[in-house]
Unconditional design. Structure first.
Length: 340
């Protein structure tokens, strides 16, 4: 019985998964298998060959997928996000670390089975950084991938460690074995900034104050922003984030100079985001009620990142700056969505 060649997306029901499925489905040559703890949204179901409701920690389920499909490309999106990870660090470790380890093992076996490396796309995060004071943050400027890798959150620790696990599987797996075992996983990772989507609701990230402002205003609901007006981190519109994942996945391996890449598009303060939202929704009621603990997490992340490697190696070129992101993507799409 011949196995079917497919692309696998874990955590497919999340914010990134929605956009990724839609984009991949436009390619008639690709068959998509999705995996999530919950059923896939109804509008996405016709776009995939099969959706599996289950956990990445379910070894029996992974073995079944392994026996039925030949997988050359994995987008491993499943994760417990930053805010929730602080409330449940053990659960975060299980999902974010043990789950990623299980998927790397899965990719390794797939690569061994069909004799070619499996591309493994891993969304890491700005949370992998750790700035030890607000003064350090403000002086740092654009931070490159190898600086300040001292995260202070469980989510950040998980992400940084999984980057290292991916590099291990790609370059050093079972390095003392008599037979070479590495090079079966082609690990590629992006450290995402805050992502702002018009299509899906925010789902538990510490950077979600920006999209939360927007969605609340569009629904006529008051919103208290949990960070200071001067809080500043990098952001990106979701379509540009999806483009980045797909462009990195498609890049020739010989062009890549590193396994993990920064990306970013704009880095407004929370006040600047509020000003744009209030301008577009004049009746919006948005104030600031700082949560000192969540503010501390945001303060530990860089104000901006150096993404020159991504721009040079695989052509990162975000279409949306701050003004275009709101005027051409976020505001029109969200107004249309809530007008239904």
């Amino acid at each position: 019985m011949t196995r079917k060649s497919v692309v696998l997306i874990t955590g497919a029901g999340g914010e990134i998964g929605h956009g990724l499925i839609t984009r991949l489905a436009a390619d008639d040559h690709l068959a998509i298998i999705t995996l999530d703890l919950n059923p896939l949204d109804r509008e996405l179901q016709p776009l995939v060959r099969r959706h599996v409701v289950g956990s990445i920690l379910d070894s029996n389920m992974l073995e079944t997928l392994e026996s039925e499909y030949e997988i050359d490309l994995i987008f491993h999106l499943a994760a417990l996000l930053s805010t929730r990870s602080e409330f449940a660090p053990m659960a975060a470790h299980r999902v974010n670390v043990e789950g990623t380890m299980a998927m790397l093992e899965f990719a390794q076996r797939q690569g061994e089975s069909h004799g070619r490396p499996v591309r493994f796309l891993y969304p890491s995060s700005i949370a992998a950084y750790g700035m030890h004071s607000i003064e350090m943050k403000r002086k740092a400027g654009k931070v490159n991938e190898d600086a300040c890798n001292t995260p202070t959150t469980m989510y950040g620790c998980n992400k940084l460690y999984c980057e290292m696990l991916g590099i291990y599987y790609a370059k050093h797996y079972k390095q003392l074995s008599a037979e070479p075992a590495a090079r079966k996983v082609d690990f590629r990772s992006i450290r995402f900034p805050g992502l702002i989507s018009a299509e899906t609701m925010p789902s538990g990230g510490t950077s979600d104050y920006a999209p939360e402002m927007l969605h609340a205003a569009a629904q006529g609901k008051p919103y208290s922003c949990f960070v200071r007006p001067d809080a500043r981190i990098p952001f990106m519109a979701m379509p540009d984030g999806i483009d980045a994942l797909l462009n990195l996945a498609a890049a020739p391996k010989e062009k890549l100079t590193r396994p993990v890449y920064n990306i970013a598009a704009f880095n407004p303060s929370a006040q600047e985001v509020r000003d744009i939202v209030v301008r577009e929704f004049p009746g919006a009621k948005i104030d600031f009620k700082v949560d000192a603990k969540r503010q501390g997490i945001v303060d530990s992340w860089p104000e901006d990142v150096d993404d020159s490697a991504a721009r040079k190696d695989w052509g990162l070129a975000p279409k949306y700056d701050l003004n275009r992101a709101f005027s051409e993507y976020l505001i029109p799409t969200i107004k249309k969505q809530y007008a239904k």
